[in-house]
Design a protein around this ligand. Structure first.
Ligand code: ADP
Ligand code: MG
Length: 476
């Protein structure tokens, strides 16, 4: 074996003849031996981290027991194996004393050559196995720490067993985690609730704010035969995802507003032209009745302009708290804004509404939802066809609410894309579509505790799509 690969043995014995014999035996068995005659010498040489120290109990300066205790209590040398050897102390009490000081083995003189070699080899194997276990544990901890999710293991008594670096980072500096500490009180001071821990046997997931960050926390029960049911807690910092979603919502809102601006400009321009003409006619007429008639028609046109501007403002402004909404009236307003672009495609928008379908919600957001759906239907409808929009008050289970359906006779939605429809950026309209309309609509409907779904048929004579939105009357 090359010199550098031979296991290194330090022999500490005050009697030179003992050292000589031990060194000869071990050297011939392939070990690389160094020697010292004192306890201090042994402590100094231990710092070079030999594989094994063979330590005589009786040393001139410090006792072998004490040398062993110091080696084992120093973290740098604690992993070095110590084989204690004694000639004069041979009772089982001595053996116990040596092992309690931390020795890994104990032999008494006279030492059989083969027993010595076998014992040293056994201790080496133990050391190798311990080093491998330590390395595996370190690798696990490093992997655990490299995860961006925060993970913590909780035992069946609700106490912290282990956690990774991200868990401590996401929790922030205000709370301290300690091994064996109560996870429930930790969560209470972090989130104001210990629900994630309390829910016995079930998976739990919720979003919280920790400082300025948004954090999703989930708790999963884990079963272990020995420890009963513990939990694994997962913290996920979702601040960036939230910001991105918010940016997308804003972008879609701007795009929707931009498209509407065109329709609105027409809506305003036409009555204004009419007003200009009517005023001209009034100013050049001498008949009082005619002048009255012209001015009153000009007044009506101006009232139309004012209605249109009010509707378009509702796209930008929204109340910060839900208010009472007449769904039929809201949809009539949306339709009035889309009638012109629909007419340009020779599509007729037909509204059938029950009166007094009232719900509680955010009118700006719902205008955006129905604007998206009506626009999609108009874009899908065949020229010359009708898009029918119905508003009804219905009962669904225990819930009362508004059901709005928007039905078009377009080409329908191919089976292959149906489950992608609500994904952000999914569009079949290339650069003309943002692919955000349905995604935003669903987000806003869910905010109203409602549902949105569709049915679609394809085939000659029966193709078309119906979107259905249900909005409960009251929000809880
Ligand atoms: P965009 O309209 O910008 O494409 P949307 O999220 O509003 O984005 O719609 C996504 C896709 O869903 C559309 O590109 C279209 O393929 C499909 N779609 C939506 N509504 C209808 C409809 N009424 N008929 C047929 N396809 C539709
Ligand atoms: Mg769309």
């Amino acid at each position: 074996m090359p010199e550098s690969l031979r296991p290194r043995v330090l022999i500490a014995d005050d009697r030179e003849e003992n050292r000589y014999v031990l060194a000869r035996v071990l050297d011939s068995a392939g070990f690389d031996c160094t020697q010292t005659g004192t306890g201090l010498g042994a402590l100094e040489a231990a710092q070079t981290i030999p594989d094994i120290i063979i330590l005589d109990v009786r040393l001139p300066d410090i006792s072998g027991y004490e040398v062993c205790r110091r080696i084992k209590s120093d973290p740098r040398t604690a992993s070095v194996s110590v084989l204690q050897i004694s000639a004069s102390f041979t009772s089982s009490d001595d053996r116990v004393r040596a092992l309690e000081a931390g020795a890994d083995g104990y032999l008494t003189h006279p030492i059989d050559r083969m027993v010595l070699i076998a014992t040293v080899r056994a201790l080496l194997r133990l050391r190798t196995a311990e080093a491998a276990a330590r390395q595996a544990a370190n690798q696990w901890q490093s992997t655990f720490d490299a995860l961006s999710e925060g993970l913590a293991l909780i035992d069946s008594n609700g106490a912290f067993l282990r956690w990774n670096r991200s868990f401590a980072e996401i929790s922030g500096p205000k709370v301290q985690i300690v091994a064996g500490g109560d996870a429930g009180s930790f969560l209470k001071s972090l989130l104001g609730t210990d629900d994630p821990i309390k829910q016995y046997g079930r998976r739990y997931s919720a979003e919280f704010n920790i400082g300025k960050r948004s954090v999703e926390i989930s708790a999963n029960p884990i079963e272990s035969e020995r420890d009963g049911q513990g939990k694994i807690l997962i913290l996920n910092d979702i601040t960036d995802r939230k910001l991105a979603e918010y940016a997308l919502l804003t972008a879609e809102k701007l795009a929707a507003t931009g498209k509407l601006a065109n329709a609105i400009a027409h809506e305003i321009n036409n009555p204004l032209e009419a007003v200009t003409n009517l005023i001209y006619l009034a100013s050049s007429s001498s008949n009082t009745e005619d002048i009255h008639e012209f001015l009153s028609r000009a007044n009506e046109e101006l009232a139309r302009v004012s209605r249109v501007t009010k509707q378009s403002l509702s796209f930008h402004r929204d109340s910060d708290r839900p208010i009472a909404i007449d769904v039929g009236a809201l949809i009539a307003d949306v339709i009035s804004l889309f009638e012109r672009p629909a007419a340009q495609r020779r599509v007729h928008l037909a509204l059938s509404r029950e009166s007094d379908v009232n719900i509680c919600g955010f009118p700006g957001q719902l205008t955006q939802v129905f604007g998206n759906l009506v626009r999609n239907a108009t874009e899908a409808a065949l020229p010359g066809s009708e898009v029918s929009i119905r508003v009804r008050l219905i009962h669904r289970g225990k819930n009362e609410g508004a059901r709005v359906t928007i039905h078009d006779r377009g080409a329908g939605i191919p089976e292959s894309v149906r489950d992608k429809l609500f994904d952000p950026f999914f569009t079949t309209k290339d650069l003309k579509g943002s692919g955000l309309g349905l995604w935003v609509s669903r987000t806003l409907v869910v905010k109203h505790q409602g549902t949105i779904r569709f049915r679609s048929c394809r085939g000659p004579g029966k193709s078309g799509t119906t979107f259905e939105v249900f909005l409960p009357t009251t929000l809880v």
